[in-house]
Design a protein around this ligand. Sequence first.
Ligand code: ZN
Ligand code: ZN
Length: 255
Amino acid sequence: MLTDTHVHLNAPQFDEDRQEVIQRAFDNGISRMINVGFNRETIPSSIALAEQYECIYSTVGWHPQDAKDMTPEDLEWIEQLCRHPKVVAIGEIGLDYYWDTSPKDVQDVVFRQQIRLARKLGMPIAIHNRDAHHDIIQVLREEKAAEVGGVMHCFSGSWETAKQCLDMNFYISFGGPVTFKNAKQPKEVLDKVPLDRLLIETDAPYLTPHPYRGKRNETAYVKLVAEAAAQIKGLTLEEIAQITTQNAIRLFDLK
Ligand SMILES: [Zn+2]
Ligand SMILES: [Zn+2]
């Protein structure tokens, strides 16, 4: 019983074989998937998937890369969709200083608006952070994100940063990179994250784990992430599956 807490099953990379990909996830023991809707195109298709499959849930939010396109109407739209029974979090939201497709000050405003919305609605938030550790922590702190908590998706920061997130009621989620031989830091951080705050994900079709690195990622491979986590924590695959699934159920209030 595994849970993929961050996946993009509505991405065009799955247009040819989406149903088979979801079936392979079931066949590999993945019982719940949280699909991410993060802009005007992906929000409706993510919700449609969640309506089609009982075990798929959806987030809604505005990605920092698209921050410059978000209008006040979009924010109202997100607020309305948060009342949908299959919507479980606001995300992915945050800051992305790697691609830099939206100006930093615009990303900052859009990020803060969505944290305020999450606090108003009492929804957890899913955080995307690329090369922005310092500013992410500062915004989360200033906007009192600890009130709702959430998840740091595909965490890539230091233990120092992880600790600050844990202090603000966040879970730490790990993906494919913890399976890479040379990924020292994520493995060290995973080792230190308390078991009751640990989540796993694929971020498929991106961030494919070893030994499929370079190919398209898919939800079934969350098992490889779970195996790596089990090895690092000195637990069995079954124990890690149960712990991370219970954590996901608690954070996202899943069935
Ligand atoms: Zn992301
Ligand atoms: Zn993502």
